[in-house]
Design a binder for this molecule. Structure first.
Ligand SMILES: Cc1cc2nc3c(=O)[nH]c(=O)nc-3n(C[C@H](O)[C@H](O)[C@H](O)COP(=O)(O)OP(=O)(O)OC[C@H]3O[C@@H](n4cnc5c(N)ncnc54)[C@H](O)[C@@H]3O)c2cc1C
Length: 406
């Protein structure tokens, strides 16, 4: 039996601790928050999209940064293993759009409770405190130092401190400093899956408006090349745009600053069909002002913005609207364009891209190639994936692999 200290009680740390304890090790988890899994609780809007039903190649394809590094970890503990883990503990799961897996209860707390109960049943000890140093001797881990100067002696330590996003959940980037102090290279942390600030101020009046089904195209600001094309939900905010389709786009488009977003407000209609639809509406509302004739086409907040966008006077009578005006309206509805000023800060990103360089980690064990007995798990590693349950599976698979090898 060896002594293991896991730093961080997120999904990666908890899975590492459960696995290590099951293998007969004496495991202590150090967590600086009063309770484990603070971030896990807010995942998937409180519903926790814990994994995805796709195969291993799907996982790697959905992990744009260092996806292949995860091959062994995903083999060691696959999405099916993860689902079995929870179902064996009484958490029923369901599949939704795009292979996304959620608990049937729609409660992330069910996922967290199952992990906490497993740690308890394996006699994992949780210590509240902040790990501030890893003590080594001759290139081997001998202990973990806490803020209050306590030394937890151990033969293995797992750094599972998460990234730098949503710091109120506890992920403040401590793991980078711990790893760097032992000679590891840290790939500069950057926001990924992040809301976007826009140059245009016209969207500010749309704050709070959520559009459930829009088409989104993203073009390179310099070359005009199409970089991303998808459908989904978009939310206007006090700085620009957010919502699932924007978060996904932000991760696909590596150089997002300056990019042009083109929003299709009527993705179900071709331009011809939309023109016919507008014609019909305008025949019905022939005595109304332009803005009052758009009530069936657009949410009310959007009407003045679109009227300004297509340069048509708000009070212009419909019977004076020209074919040219109608074309401008169709164009505005199908190609409403915004320019990305910058991504929001890392603190508002769902995921941190960057972290401990994967070249310095053994992908089969998650052990550092520089320090014996030092392991990494979860978002602290330089891997990040798109939305769809991939990031949590990465945390669980790397946590399991570290736990098996301590
Ligand atoms: C709003 C939101 C929604 C998300 N939804 C999803 C989703 O539905 N599906 C999905 O796959 N992914 C989702 N993610 C991403 C997912 O939550 C993370 O990828 C995942 O939590 C990473 O797990 P982790 O264990 O590596 O790190 P974390 O969950 O960040 O846990 C790290 C833990 O380490 C502790 N810690 C840090 N430093 C120290 C220290 N020095 N000493 C002691 N403890 C320390 C922290 O307090 C924290 O508890 C979401 C993220 C956010 C922010």
């Amino acid at each position: 039996m060896s002594n293991v200290v896991v730093i961080g009680a997120g999904p990666a740390g908890m899975m590492a601790a459960i696995t290590a304890a099951k293998n007969g090790n004496n495991v202590v988890v150090v967590e600086k928050n009063g309770t484990p899994g603070k971030k896990l609780l807010i995942t998937g809007k409180g519903r926790c999209n814990l994994t995805n039903s796709c195969d291993i190649n799907g996982f790697i394809a959905n992990t744009p940064v260092n996806g292949r590094f995860l091959y062994s970890a995903l083999k060691n503990f696959s999405n099916n293993d993860l689902m079995e883990f929870f179902e064996n503990r009484g958490v029923k799961l369901k599949e939704e759009r795009g292979g996304r897996i959620f608990p049937v209860s729609d409660k992330s707390s069910d996922i967290l409770n199952a992990l906490v109960a497993s740690m308890k049943s394996q006699n994992v000890k949780i210590v509240q405190g902040r790990a501030s140093g890893i003590v080594t001797n001759n290139g081997e881990v001998v202990g973990v130092r806490l803020d209050n100067n306590t030394l937890l002696k151990c033969e293995s330590a797992v750094i599972a401190t998460g990234g730098k996003s949503y710091p109120l959940t506890g992920s403040t980037g401590d793991g980078y400093a711990l790893a760097a102090s032992l000679g590891h290279e840290i790939v500069t942390p950057k926001p990924s899956l992040v809301p976007l600030e826009t140059v245009e101020k016209n969207v500010l009046s749309l704050q709070g408006l959520s559009l459930r089904n829009i088409g989104l195209k993203v073009f390179d600001g310099k070359t005009g090349k199409l970089l991303y094309d998808d459908f989904g939900e978009l939310l206007f905010t006090h700085f620009g745009v957010s919502g699932p389709v924007i978060l996904s786009a932000s991760a696909f488009v590596r150089n997002i600053t300056g990019a042009r977003l083109e929003i299709d407000l009527k993705p179900a209609l071709s331009e011809e069909k939309l023109e016919e639809r507008i014609k019909r509406d305008f025949e019905m509302y022939s005595n109304k002002n332009f803005v009052n004739a758009l009530v069936d086409l657009l949410p009310s907040k959007m009407i003045p913005v679109i009227a300004d966008y297509c340069g048509i006077e708000h009070e212009k009578k419909i019977n004076q609207i020209t074919r040219e005006d109608r074309r401008h309206l169709t164009e505005a509805l199908k190609h409403f364009a915004l320019t990305v000023k910058c991504p929001r800060p890392i603190t508002e990103a769902i995921i941190t891209s960057g972290g401990v360089n994967t070249k310095q980690i053994n992908p089969s064990t998650m052990e550092s190639k520089l320090v014996k007995g030092l392991f990494f798990a979860g978002e602290v590693i330089d891997v990040d994936a798109y939305t769809g349950g991939f990031n949590l599976q990465i945390a669980f698979s790397t946590g399991y692999t570290a736990g098996m090898n301590v």
